[in-house]
Design a binder for this molecule. Structure first.
Ligand code: FES
Length: 218
C-alpha cells in the first residue's frame, strides 16, 4: 500500500461531495427528477469510502508495521458485514400462500414507533410501522427528496422523515395541515402473530384500516 496515490481518493471524495452540495436544493430535485437526483446523492456512499481510504492509506504511507493494514482490513470487513446484515434485515420476506401478500415480521420483532422495511418484487420499498399497538404501512420513499421513511420514527403520531423532518400521518400517508404531500399506503393483515403487507400500493393519501396488535391495543 506504500506509494499508493492516496491523494487522488481525497480529490474524488471532494468532487462527489461538491456535486451533491451544488444539487441539494429542491430546485434540482424537481428539475432532474427524483431518480436522477437520488442517483447523484447516493454518491455519498462512494465519497465516504473514498474519504476513509484516503485517510487510512495516507496514514500507512509512513508506517512499516503490518498491524495497520491488518486493522484496516478488519475494519473494512466489519463494515461490509454490518451493511450486509442491514440489507438482509430489510430484504423481501417470505410470501404468504395467497398471492400478493409479503411476510413482514412477527409482532415481537417490531419496535414501538419504528418500522420494518420490505422490498416487493416491483415498485418502491414498503415501511411498516408499529405505533401505539397498531400497524400501518406506507411507501418508504419521502415525497420531499426521496428520504428513507422507514429509517425514521413516529413523532407526534406522524412518521417523520430522518432526512429533513417531513411528516406523514400513519393512517392515510398525508402530511398534516397545512402541508399537502401524500405517499402511498398499503393494506396489512395479521395472521398467527405475523404481519403481512400487500404488495399493491393504494393511491397516495388513501386511508387504510388499522391493524391492531391485540385486543388490549384496540
Ligand atoms: S427527504 Fe427531505 S424530508 Fe424526507
Amino acid at each position: 500500500m506504500q506509494g499508493f496515490p492516496f491523494e487522488s481518493l481525497g480529490v474524488v471524495a471532494f468532487f462527489i461531495l461538491f456535486v451533491m452540495a451544488a444539487t441539494s436544493h429542491d430546485f434540482w430535485n424537481a428539475n432532474l427528477g427524483p431518480g436522477a437526483w437520488k442517483f447523484i446523492h447516493m454518491g455519498v456512499y462512494l465519497a465516504y469510502l473514498a474519504l476513509v481510504a484516503h485517510v487510512m492509506l495516507g496514514f500507512v504511507q509512513s508506517e512499516k508495521s503490518v498491524l495497520y493494514p491488518v486493522l484496516i482490513g478488519v475494519g473494512a470487513g466489519w463494515l461490509a458485514l454490518v451493511h450486509l446484515l442491514a440489507a438482509a434485515k430489510s430484504s423481501r420476506g417470505l410470501d404468504d400462500a395467497e398471492a400478493g401478500w409479503i411476510k413482514v415480521a412477527t409482532t415481537a420483532e417490531f419496535t414501538e414507533g419504528r418500522a420494518r422495511i420490505v422490498t416487493p418484487e416491483k415498485g418502491e420499498r414498503i415501511a411498516v410501522f408499529l405505533h401505539k399497538g397498531r400497524f400501518s404501512a406506507v411507501s418508504n420513499v419521502c415525497r420531499h427528496q426521496g428520504g428513507p421513511l422507514g429509517e425514521g420514527k413516529v413523532v407526534d403520531d406522524c412518521i417523520t422523515c430522518p432526512w429533513h423532518g417531513f411528516q406523514y400521518r400513519l393512517e392515510d400517508g398525508q402530511s398534516p395541515a397545512p402541508f399537502t404531500e401524500k405517499i402511498s399506503t398499503y393494506n396489512l393483515k395479521l395472521e398467527g402473530g405475523t404481519v403481512f403487507v400487500h404488495e399493491e400500493p393504494n393511491e397516495p393519501g388513501t386511508p387504510t384500516k388499522p391493524v391492531a396488535l391485540g385486543p388490549e391495543a384496540a
